[in-house]
Design a protein around this ligand. Structure first.
Ligand code: NAD
Length: 543
C-alpha cells in the first residue's frame, strides 16, 4: 500500500499546433482524414466493458458531405439501457475504493494517449463527424480534452488536502466520498472535450456513469471511449449507450439509484431532464446533483472609445468560427453610431475573404452546420430577417444543403433591439447588430442586460477604463464569462473557468475545482481520543 501524500502542481496548458504548410502535424492529419474517410466503421454500445450490437442502427455522416457515410452505430433499447445502469452500479464499489492516485493515473494516461498516439485520430474524427476545421478540432478535441484531464489531477489534490480543524483531544476528518448511486452524463455535439469531461470529472472523483453521447458526435465520442478503455478504465465505470435521447432519459432518470446528471446541451433538453428528476424524486435513494450548462445569447458591447479593427476582428472570429455553433459565440452586438461605419466596413471586408466548405480544404474558415434540422432552423431565422422591415441583411443570408449543410456567415442589422434574432439562441453563423446613439451608452447597458434570458458570455470593448468598469458592474449577471477587449469565445481550462447562470445553466464552471466539488458527498468523521466516562457536566456540581 503506497501511503504517500501526492500533490499535483498546476499543469501547463497543452500547446496548440499550427498545422501550417510544411509542419509534420499537417501531413499526419491529412493522412488520417483520408484514412477515416475511406472506411465505414461499426460502432457498438459499450456496457461493462463489452461491445454490444443491437442491430437497431443509424448512420453517421459528414455534415459537409451528407451522402458520405462514416459509420453505422447501434442504438440502445430498453434492455441495454437497464444493463448500462446495472454495470455502472456493479463497478461502483471497487472504483470508489481504489486509491485516487490510481484513478488519476488512468486519466493522465488518457491525456498522454491523446497528446501523441491518438491526436490525429481524435482531431480527424471531430473534423469529419462534427465538421470542424483543423484549428477548431485541435483546440477542442486534442488540447481542451488534455487540459481538462491534466487540470483535474491538480484540482483533486487541492480538494483532498483540505481537512477540518481539530481541537485538542479530538481528531476530525473529512472523507471525500463519491456519490452513492450512478451519474448520468448527457453530452452535446459541439465539443469533443465536453463529452470527455462530462464523464471524466465525475469518474475521477470515484463515480461511475451511464453516458448518452449526441448522435451527431458519435464518431469522435466512440474513439474517446476506446481511448478511455486503452488507458485502463475498469469495465463499467463509463457505459457508452448511443440511442434515442428521450428513451434513454426516461429509463435512466426513473432508476432509484440515479444520483446525478452532468449535462451540456440545449435548455429544452435540460429542462425536460430536470423535470423528470423532480417527478421521480420520491423514488430516489439520494437527492440527485444536477449540473447543466445550456444555451447562450452572447453579446459584444462596444463603447465609442474602442478600437475599430479589434472590434471587427472579434466579431468575425467570435461569431463565425465553427459556424457559430459554440455556446459562447457572439450573436448580438451593440455598436455606437460614431464607430459603426468604420466597424461595418472593416468587418464586411474581412467577411469577403471567408469561404465555407469541406474540412479537408484548409483554406476554408467555415464548414457545415451539424445537420438538416440545424440548417432549417438557422435558415428560418435568416428568412425572418429577410422579410422583416426591422432587419436588413448586410452580409450572407444564403444556405445550400444539397451537398453539405452550408450557410454563409450572415450579418443582420436590426432597428428593433428586440428583433427575434437579437433575443433567441440561433446556434449558427448569424450575428445581429444594433446601432445605438453614443449618448445612450447607459441605456444600452440595460438593454444588453435585459434582452435575453441567458447569461453565458459577453465582451465589452472600451479603452475608457471608467466606462469599462461601469459596464462590468451593470452587467454583473449578464455573463458568467466576461471579456474585456476580446471576443467572447475561446475560454481556456485553468485560465477562464467556464459557465453562466440565468438560463445558461447551473454555472458549475467546467474546467475548475468548482465542478469537481459537485461530484462528491463528503462524510465527516469525528474521533474523541479519550472519551468521557461521566455523563455529568461541571455546571451540575454543588457550589
Ligand atoms: P441537445 O439538447 O439537442 O442535445 C444534447 C444531448 O441531449 C444529446 O446527447 C441529445 O441526444 C440528448 N437528448 C436530447 N433529448 C433528450 C432526452 N429527452 N433525454 C436525454 N437526453 C436527451 O443539444 P445539442 O444540439 O447537442 O447542443 C447544442 C446546445 O448546447 C446549445 O444550446 C448550446 O448553447 C449548448 N451548449 C452549452 C454549453 C455551455 O457550456 N453552456 C457548451 C456547449 C453547448
Amino acid at each position: 500500500m503506497n501511503n504517500a501524500i501526492f500533490h499535483f502542481d498546476n499543469p501547463a496548458n497543452e500547446p496548440v499546433k499550427s498545422y501550417a504548410p510544411g509542419t509534420p502535424e499537417r501531413k499526419t492529419i491529412l493522412d488520417e482524414l483520408d484514412r477515416i474517410s475511406s472506411e465505414v466503421i461499426d460502432i457498438p454500445l459499450i456496457i461493462g466493458g463489452k461491445e454490444i450490437r443491437t442491430g437497431d442502427t443509424g448512420n453517421v455522416v459528414m455534415p459537409h458531405n451528407h451522402q458520405h457515410k462514416l459509420a453505422v452505430y447501434h442504438k440502445a433499447g430498453e434492455k441495454e439501457i437497464k444493463m448500462a445502469v446495472e454495470a455502472a452500479l456493479k463497478a461502483h464499489k471497487a472504483w470508489a475504493e481504489i486509491s485516487w492516485i490510481e484513478r488519476i493515473s488512468i486519466t493522465l494516461k488518457v491525456a498522454e494517449l491523446l497528446r501523441n498516439k491518438y491526436r490525429a485520430l481524435i482531431n480527424a474524427a471531430s473534423m469529419l463527424g462534427q465538421s470542424k476545421n483543423v484549428m477548431q478540432a485541435e483546440i477542442d478535441a486534442a488540447c481542451e480534452t488534455i487540459d481538462f484531464l491534466n487540470f483535474n489531477a491538480h484540482y483533486i489534490s487541492r480538494i483532498y488536502e483540505n481537512q477540518p480543524h481539530s481541537e485538542p483531544g479530538i481528531l476530525n476528518r473529512i472523507e471525500y466520498r463519491p456519490i452513492e448511486g450512478f451519474i448520468f452524463a448527457v453530452s452535446p455535439f459541439n465539443f469533443t472535450s465536453i463529452a470527455s469531461n462530462l464523464n471524466m470529472s465525475p469518474a475521477v472523483m470515484g463515480n461511475t456513469l451511464v453516458w448518452k453521447p449526441a448522435t451527431t458526435a458519435i464518431l469522435s465520442n466512440y474513439y474517446l471511449m476506446k481511448i478511455f478503455m486503452e488507458a485502463g478504465l475498469p469495465d463499467g465505470v463509463i457505459n457508452f449507450i448511443p440511442g434515442q435521447g428521450s428513451l434513454i432519459g426516461n429509463i435512466v432518470m426513473s432508476d432509484p439509484d440515479f444520483a446525478g446528471l452532468h449535462f451540456t446541451g440545449s435548455n429544452r433538453t435540460f429542462n425536460q431532464l430536470w423535470q423528470a428528476s423532480s417527478a421521480n424524486l420520491p423514488k430516489y435513494r439520494t437527492y440527485p446533483k444536477i449540473v447543466g450548462e445550456t444555451g447562450g445569447k452572447d453579446f459584444v458591447l462596444v463603447h465609442n472609445s474602442a478600437g475599430v479593427d479589434e472590434v471587427a476582428t472579434a466579431l468575425v472570429r467570435g461569431s463565425f468560427e465553427f459556424q457559430g455553433q459554440k455556446c459562447s459565440a457572439a450573436s448580438r452586438a451593440y455598436i455606437p453610431e460614431s464607430l459603426w461605419p468604420a466597424i461595418k466596413e472593416r468587418m464586411l471586408e474581412k467577411l469577403s475573404h471567408i469561404t465555407v466548405g469541406d474540412v479537408k480544404q484548409f483554406s476554408n474558415f467555415m464548414n457545415a452546420v451539424i445537420d438538416e434540422n440545424a440548417f432549417n432552423n438557422i435558415m428560418g431565422y435568416i428568412n425572418k430577417a429577410k422579410t422583416s422591415t426591422d432587419a436588413k441583411i448586410l452580409h450572407g443570408g444564403n444556405g445550400d444543403k444539397s451537398v453539405g449543410y452550408f450557410i454563409e456567415p450572415t450579418v443582420i442589422q436590426v432597428t428593433d433591439p428586440h428583433f427575434v434574432t437579437m433575443e433567441e439562441e440561433i446556434f449558427g453563423p448569424v450575428l445581429s447588430v444594433f446601432v445605438y446613439k453614443d449618448k445612450d451608452f447607459d441605456k444600452t447597458l440595460e438593454l444588453v442586460d435585459n434582452t435575453s434570458p441567458y447569461g453565458l458570455t459577453g465582451s465589452i470593448f472600451a479603452q475608457d477604463r471608467n466606462e469599462l468598469v461601469k459596464a462590468c458592474r451593470a452587467l454583473r449577471y449578464s455573463a458568467g464569462n466576461l471579456y474585456y477587449n476580446d471576443k467572447p469565445t475561446g475560454a481556456v481550462v485553468g485560465q477562464q473557468p467556464f459557465g453562466g447562470a440565468r438560463q445558461s445553466g447551473t454555472n458549475d464552471k467546467a474546467g475548475s475545482y468548482l465542478n469537481l466539488l459537485r461530484w462528491i458527498s463528503p462524510r465527516t468523521i469525528k474521533e474523541t481520543l479519550i472519551p468521557p466516562t461521566d455523563f455529568r457536566y461541571p455546571f451540575m456540581q454543588e457550589e
